[in-house]
Ligand binder design. Structure first.
Ligand code: ATP
Ligand code: MG
Length: 466
């Protein structure tokens, strides 16, 4: 391939790729020296499978993080300067857990996200059907459930229609992370595989559980499945539920547009999920085309004065009689006045409390209009579809994603890997060290083509104060 690419350049300048670093994936055998494989993968015996050469993934199969490169002549650094490769996800020829003695636990933590039930269902069905595991348990109501309530035994019969349901049948919660109690409970229940579904906080907790399991030298595989409707997890392409959320967000934007269009000087205001990142807001804006202004946490904005939001909306109302503003929940947090109590308030998991940017904007818009246009009609219709979006079942694309991610997680754990996360990188599922995912962020880049595209769709100001 290098030769062909070299031939492609007219001047026959040779080029080189930057070095590739393979991201090492933790394995039980690293701290359990005498660990031996339990045997060949039972997929061999499954009459529905005819594993061919290449069916099994080896530790030499990798997924490159960056597939978009800028080639440069030999000697000069190309972009990116360093390539990172992750181990490819999928079934391995040998497994390290005997299915007859495997006891798996599944837990869901944090807020709701479309697809949580599908992931649980596919973990149960996958363990049961692909590997013949019969001891599968659900932990109720998040991390605290490990030590506070008895586990629920799960079977394919019990979970067969869970993918049709929103929420999480197992229940979820914030807070309650007590490392010692959790790992003690995992040991006492005899679990040797732990599947943890949750957001950024949950993944940070999962790292601690994995490290404690390692410290105690336990033969327990720990894996995380990132759940974030906001798509704020780094490295992976996207997390499950995101596509469903964008689809639902579009419906809310459509409703806001109808309301705004039908009023005199109507503003439709929609607040969407996204505390640290504006992916849902951005994608919903791009796909709906009804949005006049898109506000996300990654960009600043201001209300008054030249180039501000009010001036822009005044212009839009004059031209079109209505406007639609979409704001991510994390946007403008520094603009909203906070009381001392709000300044210090934290939620159960220790997160800073977010103030309602939508309600604040609505009231500021009304104040502005009454001040500048005292006798003219004006309407703001504020829609906050958050809980409606979070609670729906996953759409077709997300359901398929959930199935792939659950099965990949099972294959990895059965193969003895631990302390990892499964997710797609450039469309190919890979295993990523938990610790990398717990630290990585996925912010919207306001310097790339996608943000320029938003600006061209909305024609909104750049909010750069002159
Ligand atoms: P969401 O996407 O809804 O924010 P999340 O996983 O970030 O999901 P949190 O409520 O922050 O939701 O955390 C979920 C669980 O993880 C809670 O039980 C919390 O106690 C635990 N947790 C959060 N942060 C940490 C941390 N740094 N170390 C250990 N556990 C944590
Ligand atoms: Mg969180």
């Amino acid at each position: 391939a290098t030769q062909q690419l070299n031939d492609h350049f007219d001047d026959h300048q040779p080029f080189s790729l930057s070095p590739i670093t393979l991201q090492k994936l933790p394995h039980l055998s690293e701290y359990l020296q005498d660990l031996q494989p339990a045997g060949p993968n039972p997929l061999d015996r499954n009459p529905f499978f005819y594993p061919s050469d290449g069916f099994y993934i080896t530790s030499s199969d990798v997924v490159l993080r960056h597939t978009v490169c800028r080639l440069s002549p030999s000697g000069a650094p190309d972009y990116p300067f360093h390539h990172v490769a992750y181990i490819r996800a999928g079934p391995r020829k040998n497994i390290f857990f005997d299915p007859s003695t495997t006891r798996a636990a599944i837990v869901t933590c944090g807020g709701l996200c479309p697809g949580m039930n599908t992931v649980i269902r596919e973990l149960v069905v996958g363990l049961w059907d692909l590997y013949g595991v019969r001891q599968i348990f659900g932990i109720k109501a998040g991390y605290r459930g490990f030590y506070s309530t008895p586990p629920v035994e799960l079977s394919p019969k019990m979970v067969h229609n869970w993918h049709m349901r929103g929420g999480t049948v197992l229940g979820t919660s914030r807070g309650g992370f007590d490392l010692k109690k959790i790992v003690d409970a995992i040991q006492n229940h005899g679990f040797n595989q732990v599947y943890i579904i949750g957001g950024d906080g949950t993944m940070r907790g999962a790292v601690k559980i994995f490290e404690e399991v390692q410290r105690r030298k336990l033969r327990i595989g720990v894996t995380g499945i990132p759940k974030t409707v906001d798509n704020d997890v780094g490295i992976i392409d996207r997390s499950f539920g995101f596509q469903t959320a964008v689809e639902m967000a579009q419906q809310a934007i459509h409703a806001a547009h109808v309301e705004a269009e039908s009023a005199v000087n109507g503003i439709g205001l929609v607040k969407l999920m996204g505390r640290s990142t504006g992916h849902i807001t951005l994608h919903a804006t791009l796909s709906s085309r009804d949005v006049d202004c898109c506000l996300i946490p990654e960009t600043e904005f201001y209300l008054e004065g030249k180039g501000g939001l009010f001036e822009f909306l005044e212009q839009r109302l004059k031209e079109r009689g209505h406007a639609v503003v979409v704001v991510a929940e994390g946007a403008g947090q520094d603009l909203i006045p906070r009381t001392k109590a709000q300044e210090e308030e934290r939620d159960e998991s220790g997160n800073r409390v977010f103030l309602d940017v939508g309600a604040w904007l609505k009231s500021e818009l009304k104040k502005w209009w009454d001040r500048d246009h005292p006798n003219e009609l004006f309407t703001v219709k504020y829609i906050d579809p958050t809980y409606m979006i979070r609670a729906v079942p996953a759409n077709a694309t997300d359901n398929l994603y959930c199935t792939l991610v659950a099965h990949s997680a099972i294959h990895g754990v059965m193969a003895g890997h631990t302390g990892f996360v499964t997710g797609p990188i450039n469309g190919n599922h890979a295993y990523i060290p938990l610790i990398d995912v717990a630290q990585a962020k996925n912010a919207v880049s306001t310097k790339d083509h996608k943000w320029e595209w938003v600006r061209s769709v909305t024609n909104q100001p750049d909010f750069v104060k002159s």
